[in-house]
Design a protein around this ligand. Sequence first.
Ligand SMILES: CC(C)(COP(=O)(O)OP(=O)(O)OC[C@H]1O[C@@H](n2cnc3c(N)ncnc32)[C@H](O)[C@@H]1OP(=O)(O)O)[C@@H](O)C(=O)NCCC(=O)NCCS
Length: 148
Amino acid sequence: MDARCLVRPATHADLADVGEIEREAFADPWPADTFVAHLSDLFLVATNGPTVLGFLIAGIAGPTVEIMNLAVAAAARRRGVAGRLLAAGCDALAAEGVSRVFLAVRISNVAARALYQRAGFHEVGLHEEYYRQPVEDALVLARRLGVP
Ligand SMILES: CC(C)(COP(=O)(O)OP(=O)(O)OC[C@H]1O[C@@H](n2cnc3c(N)ncnc32)[C@H](O)[C@@H]1OP(=O)(O)O)[C@@H](O)C(=O)NCCC(=O)NCCS
């Protein structure tokens, strides 16, 4: 069943909830004080009333535009929240003239790989031992924007 949610830009007031979702979602989470700097990037939250269900952060990473972080609260998963965040993020990047977006995903992350495949991303590379805790390779995925 789809979750009722609104996707909107994140504000300072969302950062505590975002940090909690991050810590729940990842074995090697971003430090809580990292998020404030990303308010100037494309930083979206999906909300249901006052509840933050998930978030997406994208921005310039080296020579490319990259989705740098995406997570949904465990209690809100498999209800289309990440799909909506991804669609809204890609639409916003396309509106800014970005033609191709990249991301990295753990090889073992079956859920995220299925999500990205369904959203039109395809494999373009591999970063060996890219992640810590546990050490693991990353698949690099890309999607052209403006192409269905
Ligand atoms: C990956 C993640 C963001 C997916 O969020 P979500 O809101 O549950 O995803 P959605 O409900 O939008 O799923 C869309 C599609 O992705 C695929 N998918 C999502 N979770 C899946 C799972 N656990 N197993 C298999 N496929 C999955 C399915 O194709 C799904 O469509 P369906 O439910 O109609 O079958 C979420 O599981 C999460 O936060 N995981 C921990 C953090 C993480 O891994 N982030 C990505 C880092 S690269």
